[in-house]
Design a protein. Structure first.
Length: 272
């Protein structure tokens, strides 16, 4: 009897261990699989945002330590969301329109409250923020139209989600629409930490990436904190083989009012 019980316990332990490995994969696929069940209709989902993200009927604002950035159109007449006057901190709300088993449109909001759900609306409720970010970035990496571009911003505001590796992958993928790639570069530039600057530099130096995307990377460097962005732009202006990129770097250095930029201008001008 003891042997039988030990065998059963051993089998249970093996099963539990296997399930613990499978569980993360199941969670990662759950949003996609739930959305895929809706052939025709609208899917809603809600998830937690990073700190400092708030929304109103007219805009979404994000505190970044250097002031506030604002995006969005006037959505007071949105069919999805109702707002109060005050800016509401979270949550993020994403709406997916499905037609004939394909994603037709994507809308995103912050704050407010859902309008009453009518026929054909499926609400997934509150989903894990990281899982939501992964799902949205998968759209950005697979959709060929404007939907990929639309999916990037809500992924960047998902709480505790590390999105920069996927943004870098998107920026380097020549098969994706240019607008999706430039949007990815812009938000890569907004990512916190020195890693963002390093990866923007790698995009600027990569000749396999088309010029417009690399120009966006130069602009994104200009938005980094001075301690990171100015040295990177000086490096581009000094060493990059593409004259247009050097000009872009010099332009943004001219907007920086940084003494190091003035030193570079004097150096370049006195060489003539």
């Amino acid at each position: 009897m003891k042997t039988f019980r030990m065998t059963q316990l051993a089998r249970t332990a093996v099963i539990l261990a296997a399930l613990s490995c499978v569980a993360p994969m199941v969670r990662a696929q759950s949003i996609a699989s739930r959305v895929a069940r809706v052939s025709n209709g609208t899917v809603r989902m809600t998830f937690a945002t990073k700190p400092g993200i708030c929304g109103t009927g007219g805009s979404i604002m994000r505190s970044n330590g250097r002031g506030r950035m604002t995006w969005g159109d006037n959505w007071n007449t949105s069919p999805d969301i109702e707002w109060d006057i005050d800016c509401t901190y979270g949550p993020a709300r994403v709406v997916l329109d499905r037609r004939d088993g394909e994603l037709e449109d994507l809308r995103w909001y912050v704050g407010g409250r859902w309008r009453p759900a009518g026929p054909g609306i499926v609400d997934l409720g509150m989903v894990p923020a990281r899982e939501a970010a992964d799902y949205l970035l998968s759209i950005a990496q697979s959709e060929k139209g404007s939907l990929g571009e639309k999916a990037i911003f809500p992924a960047t505001i998902a709480d505790s989600a590390e999105v920069w590796p996927s943004l870098l992958k998107i920026a380097r993928n020549a098969d994706l629409p240019r607008n999706t790639r430039t949007q990815s570069v812009f938000w890569l530039g907004q990512a916190a930490g020195e890693v963002a600057t390093a990866n923007l530099n790698s995009i600027v130096l990569d000749n396999s990436v088309d010029r417009e995307v690399r120009e966006q990377a130069v602009f994104a460097l200009s938005q980094r904190p001075r301690g990171e962005g100015v040295p990177a732009l000086i490096s581009v202006a000094r060493t990059n083989k593409d004259p247009e990129l050097r000009k872009k770097a010099l332009f943004w250095l001219g907007q920086s009012n940084d003494p190091r930029a003035l030193d570079l201008f004097e150096e370049l001008l006195t060489k003539k």
